[in-house]
Design a protein around this ligand. Structure first.
Ligand SMILES: C[S@@+](CC[C@H](N)C(=O)[O-])C[C@H]1O[C@@H](n2cnc3c(N)ncnc32)[C@H](O)[C@@H]1O
Length: 433
């Protein structure tokens, strides 16, 4: 039987959708207006159609309903303490709340401030961005950003309207192109060991005319560049007007400290990997803590988390069971207790105490932490990689095909939706000493 604590953690520790209920007036004739109005039956059908288990699960559900009604009508059978727990015990909660059902850890900001934009703004942004994305020069950006993060970066950049954009990790130049779409006239500084022009010899790549490249033989790592002189050269007086984008697979704690040292305040990290995954220590990992709602893990093989995780692993390529998640000595934080760096070329075992210290440090400098939600639910995008149980509710929720279609998202290839890793926007301030 599940303890109340475990129930709380495994099933109901979801964060509420960040902007619940907003953006619905724009839905026009969409038959399924909001998640709230979608019946549990439709949600369950969506889920099982997606996973290919519709009929076996219908039979199972009917049997469970019968068993359930037998239990609640029997005064002699007292297995679980209250009706809500009973529901969850039989998994109904899980069907209803697929997104975030295994917890969505969140970095706490100092004053609980959040972003200014709403889900309505994100929907309007999607409407504008889809046709832009369709004109991208690099159609196949394997190993680079897919649609979700391209949208996220574009949205944040066009919202903040920086005077200077900096990127670390350019690859063939897709993210440079995205930044350019957001701010057509503003300078970019791009740092990448291989110059994007090198890729032009083999196929599509993007080289920007108003970008200073520290790339190829001129490559300098973000942590070693003389930012004062770069900033001065670009005539920037207020560092609040600079947006820094990291897609270089470096330890994000290291990058945060370097960015703080240079005085930058607006940071976007592309690969904000979930706990147990990825090739570098990320904010999502850093903030996955027991004291955060939705955070912390159980390595106990008979736990509810273990049971749910192993079941979900069958459906989602990147889902992990507790054996994948936990290293020796039940070290679940980071990646099996390790702080990874530089595409996993370096990794270091850290204690839980160090991990907590890292999260306390992050919290001490954080004004805003905002994870981009997935753009649409998997019954719409047909993505098969990230596990929705570890993500917040999507901008376009499952069942809202009318909206998905109206936004033009149905015109995009399914593969562009497979790269979601919780891109995050941070607003930071100097640590008080
Ligand atoms: C995932 S790719 C970037 C994808 C790109 N942002 C896009 O949208 O397609 C990571 C890039 O980081 C580069 N990289 C590796 N080490 C780096 C470093 N220390 N600083 C900056 N870039 C680095 C790699 O060469 C590679 O081009």
């Amino acid at each position: 039987m599940m303890s109340p604590k475990m129930l709380e953690r495994a099933l109901s520790a979801r964060r509420a959708a960040q902007f619940s209920g907003e953006g619905d007036e724009d839905d026009g004739d969409d038959e399924s207006k909001t998640r709230k109005h979608i019946s549990p039956l439709i949600r369950a059908t969506n889920y099982f159609t997606r996973t290919g288990y519709l009929y076996p699960c219908l039979i199972l559900s009917i049997s469970l309903l019968l068993v359930y009604s037998l239990i609640i009508h029997s005064r002699n059978l007292v297995c679980v303490s209250d009706p809500i727990s009973r529901f969850r015990f039989f998994g109904y909660g899980e069907l209803e709340s697929d997104f975030g059902s295994l917890g969505v850890p969140w970095c706490r900001s100092k004053h609980g401030k959040t972003v200014e934009w709403t889900s309505k703004d994100l929907l309007r942004g999607l409407e504008e961005f889809v046709p832009i994305y369709e004109t991208r020069p690099i159609k196949n950006n394997m190993y680079g950003m897919g649609f979700d993060h391209s949208f996220g970066l574009w949205f944040i950049a066009q919202w903040l309207k920086p005077d200077l954009m900096i990127e670390s990790g350019a690859f063939k130049g897709h993210s440079t192109w995205v930044l350019r779409q957001a701010m057509p006239d503003k300078p970019i500084v791009s740092l990448s060991p291989r110059h994007p022009e090198k890729y032009l010899k083999k196929g599509p790549a993007y080289v920007d005319g108003n970008c200073t490249y520290f790339a190829g033989k001129n490559f300098v790592d973000f942590g070693s560049l003389d930012w004062q002189s770069v900033i001065k050269k670009h005539g920037i007086e207020d560092l609040n007007r600079v947006l820094v984008f990291f897609d270089d697979h470096q330890n994000e704690l290291k990058r945060l400290k370097q960015a703080l040292k240079a005085g930058f305040r607006h940071l976007v990290f592309e690969d904000n990997y979930d706990t147990g995954t990825g090739d570098h220590y990320s904010f999502r990992q850093i903030c996955d803590q027991y004291y955060i709602r939705g955070g912390g893990h159980s390595c106990f093989k008979d736990s509810d988390e273990a049971r749910i995780r192993s079941r979900r692993k069958e459906f989602w390529e990147k889902a992990m069971d507790v054996e994948d998640l936990c290293g020796p000595g039940e070290t679940w934080w980071g990646v099996r207790g390790q702080m990874r760096d530089d595409f996993n070329h370096s990794n270091k075992a850290i204690t839980y105490a160090e991990h907590i210290k890292n999260s306390r440090f992050v919290e001490s400098v954080l004004d805003v932490y905002w994870e981009l939600p997935p753009v649409a639910g998997p019954s719409l995008t047909h993505q098969t990689r990230y596990d929705p149980a570890r993500a917040s509710s999507p901008i376009v929720e499952d069942g809202r095909f009318g909206l998905f279609q109206r936004l033009g998202l149905n015109r995009l290839e399914a593969s562009v939706f497979n790269g979601y890793t919780q891109m995050v926007y941070l607003q930071v301030s100097e640590q008080k000493s």
